[in-house]
Design a protein around this ligand. Structure first.
Ligand code: NAD
Length: 361
């Protein structure tokens, strides 16, 4: 019996989590769920969106599966997702982007994996607000030490990239490639312009690649060129490894290649813990409407089953999802040519079709 922390999240989270949990349970794998609340509902009950017992539960079980959680804009609480990554040391964001026949996409055959560094880069949160005295001090310091002039009315974000975090993520990408029989790792950067941050990332990536020579191919791409290449010939790429910001942007580009956010799963992983989730957010406007696509959430359950070494169950569930999508009958609105297509089914009904297919085989 596996033990997994289950966080339904908010917005559309609870409804897709419920459907996805039933799909995973239908594989026959025995999982004892520790269901805990984070986000809006936890805020109401406990006065914090991320109560300590949620972290304790993940630390105990080592594996969590979560629905999306809303981040209020301006005020309210800071992102629970970011807090989870920090508190659990989840330095790798892993996102497979695979085309399933039947999905509305102009790029059939795409099968890419994006591995994004989660802890540093411009997302480190080191920011200097325009007009603050500390910002002025920084501007003066930069002028005195380098002679560079930053306009006085600037806001500043710092982009730290370290040898240790770069090595950790590139190593993780190569290990992933080997374990999953992938052929190539591409490091993505802008080293030609940002020599001391992206340049360092690239230098470390090249060093790490040397120890995998003959086992996994390695190459690098400048991020703007990468965007064009992914649109023109995505089939030439396999595993991409990127610093935080480019990882975020390229992830959405790849989601677009395979048919949108609704079908893309993901995981945030560290040395000790793994948290699986869909790529999309909590889409509050669809909350409680039994409308949205549960595929990203269910596919993140497939990733979780593989993490738990339940490979046969994972394959069976993935095949069931794939055949329901291919058939195109019991699928949600976003698989249809227009969003108001009357033949679209609800979240629950799509889940039931997947379970039916799973039990048939
Ligand atoms: P979103 O992904 O929630 O929704 C954007 C649009 O994508 C929706 O309006 C909808 O049209 C479509 N969409 C999303 N999921 C879908 C699904 N399963 N099926 C069909 N269509 C779907 O992005 P957003 O509106 O930018 O974010 C809403 C909230 O979610 C924000 O508070 C954001 O911070 C949060 N968020 C959370 C996570 C997470 O928990 N990991 C990730 C991203 C965003």
């Amino acid at each position: 019996m596996h033990k997994v922390t289950l966080i339904p999240g908010d917005g559309i989270g609870p409804e897709i989590t419920e459907v996805a949990r039933r799909c995973v349970e239908a594989t026959g794998v025995k999982i004892q769920w520790d269901i805990v609340e984070a986000g809006d509902s936890a805020m109401e009950k406990y006065g914090t969106p991320l109560p300590d017992h949620v972290i304790e539960s993940i630390k105990k079980n080592k594996v969590a599966w979560k629905g999306p959680i809303t981040t209020p804009i301006g005020g309210g609480f800071r992102s629970v997702n970011v807090a989870l990554r920090k508190k659990l040391g989840l330095y790798m964001c892993l996102r497979p982007y695979k085309y399933y026949p039947g999905v509305r996409s102009k790029f059939p055959g795409v099968d890419l994996v994006v591995i994004r560094e989660n802890t540093e880069d411009l997302y480190a949160g080191i920011e200097f607000e325009q007009g603050k005295s500390v910002t002025k001090k920084l501007i003066d310091f930069v002028y005195q030490t380098t002679g560079n002039v930053i306009k006085e009315d600037s806001g500043i974000s710092i982009k730290p990239i370290s040898i240790s975090a770069s090595r950790r993520i590139v190593e993780a990408a190569f290990k992933y490639a080997i374990e999953n029989k992938r052929k190539k790792v591409t490091a993505v950067h802008k080293a030609n312009i940002m020599k001391f941050s992206d340049g360092l990332f690239l230098k470390v990536a090249r060093e790490v690649a040397k120890s995998y020579q003959g086992k996994v191919e390695f190459e690098d791409r400048v991020v703007d060129n990468m965007c064009m290449q992914l649109i023109q010939k995505p089939q030439n790429y396999d595993v991409l490894v990127l610093p935080n910001l480019y990882g975020d942007i390229i992830s959405d580009l790849c989601a677009g290649l395979v048919g949108g956010l609704g079908v893309a799963p993901g995981a945030n992983i560290g040395d000790d813990y793994a948290v699986f989730e869909p790529t999309h957010g909590s889409a509050p406007k669809y909350r409680g409407m039994n409308k949205v696509n549960p595929t990203g959430m269910i596919l993140s359950g497939v990733m979780m089953l593989r993490w738990l070494s339940e490979f046969e169950a994972a394959d069976k569930l993935e095949n069931a999802i794939s055949s329901v999508i291919k058939e195109g009958k019991k699928v949600t609105y976003d698989f249809k040519p227009t969003p108001d297509d009357p033949t679209a089914v609800g979240t629950k009904e799509m889940g039931e079709a997947i379970i039916e297919r799973l039990l048939k085989k």
